[in-house]
Design a protein. Structure first.
Length: 175
């Protein structure tokens, strides 16, 4: 396993729409293992493949609390089958939007279909924080960040701060 570099905004790569995964094989599982290790090291609770520059529809997640044993989850080619009308607000953050948090409103329940670590089809009803997390990660597959749900004013303020932080680290800005 290896820790990969996480891409941070603003970066054009994060706006890509990710592609469907054709086959869940050992190469893909090795990639998911790397994603999980990268997420744990960050540390974070969710990571989409595009955040390490791979535009495939893959998400890893672990919502276990510190005192609980690890509970990794893997979602390949996830689709939302149904979303509740009832909405809920959580404060969100993102490994690609470091140290920035804001409230986002999303459906409180979603029923999803996806392939698991072994490539088996699964359906799952997600609620509350899990529902928010899966929707946040699925947004990444469409090139959407949580800051895209905020007002233009707030988004631009956050992007300017991130840009400034990047310049401070001497990172070159991709076109
Ligand atoms: Ni994110």
């Amino acid at each position: 396993m290896a820790i990969r570099q996480i891409i941070t905004a603003p970066d054009i790569r994060l706006k890509q729409v990710s592609e469907q995964v054709d086959a869940v094989d050992d190469d893909l599982r090795a990639l998911m293992d790397d994603m999980l290790e990268t997420m744990y090291a960050a540390p974070g609770v969710g990571l989409a493949a595009i955040q390490i520059g791979i535009s495939q529809r893959i998400i890893v997640m672990d919502l276990a609390r510190d005192e609980e044993p690890p509970a990794p989850r893997y979602f390949i080619n996830p689709e939302i089958l149904e979303a509740s009308e009832e909405l809920v607000i959580y404060e969100e953050g993102c490994l690609s939007v470091p140290e920035m948090y804001d409230e986002v409103e999303r459906p409180n329940k979603v029923r999803i279909r996806y392939l698991d670590y072994h490539g088996n089809p699964q359906e799952h009803e997600c609620e509350e924080f899990l529902a928010t997390c899966i929707q946040h990660e699925m947004d990444h597959l469409e090139g959407i960040l949580f800051i895209d749900h905020l007002s233009k004013l707030k988004r631009n303020m956050i992007l300017r701060k991130l840009q400034k932080a990047k310049r401070g680290q001497g990172e070159t800005q991709p076109a």
